[in-house]
Ligand binder design. Structure first.
Ligand code: NAD
Length: 380
């Protein structure tokens, strides 16, 4: 197989500081004989200089146009934005988070481009998990307790609680709704700080697992409205971490519960990107992360990992790098043949839709994977 040219443009989405490839990844690709072209300054937001990429064997491009023009595979973090649309062409593979179902205009632009779009968020592993979403949930879960603890301080509108407590004073009470990746990471950090933690899930096997691995200050509870209401009343900090795949998050905390909580308690609704599991949640940004409803501080930032860009970049690329290498080594056709999970990553190619979710979201015809041979012939 001829070698590939992998391009890494600088992210242009507002507040996006991550980058899709780190120097160790560039080194691996170059060792395998591929060319890596990084836009100047692409790593700056994550504390990675052009020189570090050069040292790893990558080349530096002056601008994104040069990257898109030369690269057969373009690795990004966020979905392409309108200034990037005209740079994307047939025969090229774009590998990034797309979240197509959330944007008809992006879907139409990428269909028009004719490029192959392989989405991080739809690649599956052998057991139906989404391995390229997991690292960001790990980051957000761990961060949720740290930011929540900060907002419990009086200066931030909180009720003046030190989550860990001190000798002779009880620790904070943390309620975690959902015991998946976000919830488990949140509970672990809260427990490590010494809080009294209650974690809810509807999956009994998950609760059994959590009961085994969590320390004694974490209590696992089956999720139902009665138990949640009781726990929320006593909570200082509530973390929203539920997910029903492909659906809006279920509302587990109706607004009426807020009046029963102590004023200055804090809710961090990590699930806000799926609509939130707290009725009074609405998405916020890092510029203005909180607002208060009925005396309860709400933190609902939809892209929490963006605040810790360096950690997030390395966490993300640890997960994406093996797939990027496979794309470079085997081309798109070899990639989708590796497994059904890899195939799930292919959303669009040559103006056709190959992913059921995108097809369903916009009532577009779903092409069978065999069509790829025809439309994707020119794709590396
Ligand atoms: N805000 C951010 O920056 C950010 C970052 C990463 C992830 N997220 C979001 O966080 C949410 C959780 O992600 P995850 O990776 O932990 O998902 P996950 O699938 O690993 O975990 C979700 C858990 O919720 C549980 N659940 C479903 N319904 C429930 C209910 N009624 N009561 C209690 N538990 C219930 C499931 O059994 C599962 O264990 C998702 O919406 C995800 O998109 C947000």
């Amino acid at each position: 197989m001829p070698k590939s040219i992998v391009g890494v443009p600088r992210e242009i989405k507002e507040q996006e500081q991550r980058v899709s490839l780190v120097p160790s990844g560039a080194y691996l690709l170059v060792q395998e004989g591929h060319r890596v072209l990084v836009e100047t300054g692409a790593g700056m937001g994550s504390g990675i200089s052009d020189e570090e990429y050069i040292e790893a064997g990558a080349e530096i491009a002056e601008n994104s146009a040069e990257v898109f023009e030369q690269a057969q595979i373009v690795a990004k973090v966020k979905e392409p934005l309108p200034p990037e649309y005209p740079l994307i062409r047939p025969g090229q593979t774009i590998f990034t988070y797309f979240h197509f179902a959330a944007s008809r205009s992006l879907t139409e632009a990428m269909l028009d481009s004719g490029a192959a779009c392989v989405a991080y968020e739809t690649i599956e592993n052998g057991v139906g998990q989404l391995p390229l979403l997991t690292p960001m949930s790990e980051v957000a879960g761990r961060m949720s307790v740290l930011v929540g603890s900060q907002y419990l301080g009086c200066q931030n509108g909180g009720r003046g609680i030190l989550v860990s407590g001190v000798p002779g004073v009880e620790p904070g009470k943390v309620v975690v709704l959902g015991g998946g990746v976000v919830g488990t990471n949140a509970a672990r950090i809260a427990a490590g700080l010494g809080a009294q933690v209650r974690i809810f899930d509807i999956d009994l096997d998950r609760l059994r697992y959590l009961d085994e691995v969590m320390p004694a200050n974490v209590t696992t509870l089956f999720s139902n409205p009665f138990s949640i209401r009781k726990a929320i009343r006593r909570a200082d900090l509530v973390i929203g971490a539920v997910l029903v795949a492909g659906d809006r998050a279920p509302v587990l905390v109706p607004r009426s519960y807020l009046a029963e909580m102590a004023p200055g308690s804090v809710i961090v609704d990590v699930a806000v990107d799926q609509g939130g599991c707290v009725e009074s949640s609405r998405p916020t940004t890092h510029d203005e992360p909180t607002y208060t409803v009925d005396g309860i501080v709400h933190y609902c930032v939809a892209n929490m990992p963006g605040a810790v860009s360096r950690t997030s970049t390395f966490a993300l690329t640890n997960a994406t790098q093996p797939y990027l290498l496979e794309l470079a080594q085997n081309g798109l056709h070899g990639f989708v043949r590796r497994s059904l999970g890899h195939q799930q990553g292919l959303n669009l190619c040559g103006g056709k839709v190959f992913h059921r979710g995108v097809s369903k979201a916009f009532s577009l015809p779903l092409s069978p994977i065999d069509d790829l041979t025809e439309v994707g012939r020119k794709v590396r």
